[in-house]
Design a protein around this ligand. Sequence first.
Ligand SMILES: [Zn+2]
Length: 243
Amino acid sequence: MPQVITPALVLRRADYADYDRMVTLFSPERGRIDAIARGCRRPKTPLVNAVEPFTSGEFQLYESRDRFTLEQCQISESYYDLRADYDRLLHGVYWLKLLDAAILPDIPAETLFIVTLRALAHLNWGELPPALVTMAFEMHFMALNGLAPRMNSCALCGRPIDGDTRFDAFLGGAVCLRCPSSAPKIGNGARRILMKLPRTQFDKFQLLDGHPDWPEAARHFRSYINLKMHLDRFAPPLHQAQA
Ligand SMILES: [Zn+2]
């Protein structure tokens, strides 16, 4: 079936030849799609806005010998506000890098797609600190990729954990205070956020606004995701004042 119609989010674009662009799409049904957008750098082309990062909509592609050509796009959202705000943009760009590193061709990722659009809506229109939205996105992103840290039992001895403990990013979870470890301590409140947030509906993270423990949870989780994803250089500041 050479024609493909799919909802998608643009993760990145790159110039190609004289007037073309390569665009990387995240489709909930088909995962990653790298497509060529022919002529989209010519003046007055209808595709010019469709190949900007953060654009989401319904994309029509033509598939031939495993290559995709972008034919049309019905844009549903461009997220202009976040693209015009440096602080928010820093966070959004980091999310796109995480997705770009994780989304694979022909592997559907429907829940992650929905989570991503919800997170982008909060970042674009919401009033919450961008660092809080990023923490929620990071935790759901890792859990949906099967990489949630284990926070309810010790990674060394297996004992159940309730209360203050240590968090060992390398071992991928909590280490109890009875086991020998030089991993940093994590308070019980932050530990419970790491344990519970990825298991709740995405929008529930809003309840953490003003919660004293989320910055500590964000700090520990960032050390963990940096170790797993190697995207440190794109990671935005953790405690950013709201713009
Ligand atoms: Zn232990």
